[in-house]
Ligand binder design. Structure first.
Ligand code: GCU
Length: 344
């Protein structure tokens, strides 16, 4: 079934790419209403989908005579990497991409991918809500043809494995662990001693099932929503990253909006952000309960100090490679001081 869906999706993505090449991006229907396609890689149960439905309702309520929002979940328009490219060309208008992937489009995004960057979820939220922090980063992909318009919560990333729990970095030695496709994630695994296997999110389930992988790392929803907890029975709270998802919009589309329309879209992005965040905590609690009780996943809480120590050099490396990011890194430290780890 998944294969059929994916084949149909690829055909659709191919058709969309051709549409963009022929210069008819956006897709106006016979009634003159412009179709806005938004792609994401989560299921329809996921807070991101719920948030996008609220966005759709608001925009169509305000501008329904002009825009028809269509949401494509579950990688129907392709993998996140493919969707970012479709958004760049204008074949689709928006997509949700993990901050991890955006690192290959602008170095500035490297910052939010750093392990143990944020001291607590509160510090992470405060940083992502701080325009002095996200502003310069979000603007940096304009040269790549898209604009980052809001962020979405993707929780805390932790390791989960098929056969043995991860209690210390030594437990990762020799294990093939799926990571997102970004140099920062590969470097992180190198320092932790595991073998990094970068691949797209949609391919992880099959790779785990065929034991091509020993494990992966993600938030709790991957266990239930994506079925990884059917295969991986050990989930260890290493809390190594809090990587936001980002809604990106095609730059030509964004620039083509009138001032009034832009204000309405900005309000819509706020509604999306708030709705998604409001749904996040409950979704995590439900996922944890289901994983524990129905899938038989064991949750453990190792001492994270050795993990933090192993990857600590990455902070200095990043500051040396991208000195322009230092002031933003410092602003994050202020939020970390305000919301330290024990503030949770
Ligand atoms: C999370 C995140 C996704 C990302 C996925 C991954 O689910 O929300 O945007 O694609 O992790 O690990 O690839």
């Amino acid at each position: 079934m998944k294969k059929i869906l994916r084949t149909a999706a690829l055909a659709l993505a191919g058709a969309l790419a051709l549409t963009a090449l022929s210069g008819c991006s956006g897709g106006a229907s016979a009634s003159g209403v412009q179709i806005i396609r938004i792609g994401h890689n989560q299921s329809t149960n996921h807070p991101t989908h719920t948030g996008l439905l609220a966005f759709e309702e608001y925009i169509e309520g305000e501008l329904g005579d002009k825009y028809d929002i269509q949401i494509f979940p579950s990688e129907l328009l392709g993998s996140q990497n493919e969707m970012v490219q479709l958004t760049q060309t204008g074949a689709i208008t928006f997509c949700v991409a993990s901050n991890s992937l955006l690192e290959t489009f602008s170095d500035n995004y490297t910052l939010f991918n750093l392990p143990y960057l944020f001291a607590s979820p509160e510090a992470y939220h405060a940083s992502m809500d701080d325009p002095n922090i996200v502003g310069p980063i979000f603007e940096s992909t304009m040269q790549a043809g898209f604009e980052a318009v809001t962020w979405l919560d993707a929780g805390t990333r932790n390791f989960y494995t098929i056969n043995t729990p991860i209690e210390t970095p030594e437990d990762l030695r020799g294990l093939k662990i799926r990571v997102q496709q970004s140099p920062t994630n590969v470097r992180m695994m190198e320092l932790l001693g595991g073998s990094a296997t970068p691949m797209g999110f949609g391919d992880v389930y099959t790779a785990l099932q065929s034991q091509m992988l020993d494990g992966a790392e993600n938030n709790e929803l991957a266990l239930t929503d994506n079925g990884h907890g059917d295969i991986c029975k050990y989930y260890s709270y290493t809390m190594h990253q809090m990587i936001p998802d980002i809604l990106i919009g095609n730059l030509d589309f964004m620039k083509g909006l009138s001032e009034e329309e832009r204000a309405i879209f900005d309000e819509g992005f706020q509604i999306l952000n708030q709705t998604q965040r409001d749904a996040w905590e409950t979704a995590v609690e439900e996922a944890k309960e289901k994983a524990e009780n129905e899938q038989g996943v064991n949750f453990s809480y190792p001492d994270i100090t050795p993990f933090q120590e192993a990857v600590a050099p990455m902070h200095q490396e990043m500051l040396e490679d991208y000195p322009d990011l230092a002031p933003i890194y410092e602003l994050i430290q202020e939020h970390n001081a305000e919301y330290p780890a024990d503030s949770q």
